[in-house]
Design a protein around this ligand. Structure first.
Ligand code: SAM
Length: 232
């Protein structure tokens, strides 16, 4: 479980809310049971249940199991998609090991805002499921123009372009971080956006094959190819 405050040996941690419900009702923990806690700062710790009450569970932190991991310095910059499809991108990008998810709004986006509380819980649950000890950062939603204007010049911006570009695996195989992948929305980038992206000095168009992929497929598959070629 990810907890708010930094962990240390012998610290007492009180779990409340949904996490307490999960421990008490789903996992049915009782005193003496072992629970693994993460704080996204120091890493992963073994803890022992001291008291399992209805609305809160008290644990005592024992020993550190793992340091907070170094994930590849890869950012996924997906255009906002319809809710359940974007949820999938958040979950899978977390499992695949991205460092940052930077949602983008483009002219053809159906959605233009992100429920950040919901996004945080999706990412946290995915991190707990895949045993990440570092949560990916979810950046504030940015308009494409602003993102390109403020782009950090040392970071290559791969642009998933269904109209052609170097095969992603070839482009990524001699790449290393810091890198990012920009993916368009259901309706794609419009011509002006495409020209603006291609004109950007850090942008590099890459192809994910001859078929038109859904935005979530391109975001997830593109991230997986980068991780396989240039990641861990
Ligand atoms: N232009 C597409 C069409 O004609 O239906 C709509 C965009 S597609 C559904 C969503 C996004 O996925 C695109 O903007 C692009 O970033 C990415 N994408 C889809 N297929 C791709 C491919 N074969 N190679 C690279 N990127 C792709």
């Amino acid at each position: 479980l990810f907890v708010e405050n930094p962990l240390a040996a012998d610290a007492q941690v009180v779990i409340e809310g949904n996490q307490a419900h999960y421990l008490g009702k789903v996992m049915r923990v009782s005193p003496g049971d072992a629970v693994i806690l993460c704080d996204d700062v120091t890493g992963e710790w073994a803890a022992e249940v001291v008291d399992a009450a209805k609305r809160h569970v008290t644990l005592c932190v024992k020993e550190q199991l793992r340091e907070r991991e170094e994930v590849p310095d890869f950012w996924l910059c997906p255009a906002l998609l319809k809710k359940d499809r974007f949820d999938l991108v958040l979950e899978k990008a977390t499992e695949l090991g991205v460092a940052r998810i930077a949602p983008v709004v483009t002219r053809r986006c159906v959605a233009d805002k992100l429920n950040t509380e919901r996004a945080d819980s999706i990412v946290t649950e995915a991190a707990e499921q895949c045993a990440r000890t570092a949560l990916p950062e979810i950046a504030p939603v940015q308009k494409l123009e602003a993102m390109l204007r403020d782009w950090p010049e040392e970071r290559i911006l791969y642009f998933a372009d269904e109209d052609g570009g170097e095969a992603a695996a070839d482009a990524f195989c001699y790449a290393d971080d810091p890198a990012a992948l920009l993916v368009g929305p259901e309706g794609g980038f419009d011509d002006a956006e495409r020209a603006m992206i291609r004109a950007h000095p850090s942008a590099r168009p890459v192809s994910l094959g001859p078929r038109i992929l859904r935005g979530e497929t391109a975001a997830i598959a593109g991230t997986a190819v980068w991780m396989a070629e240039a990641g861990d």
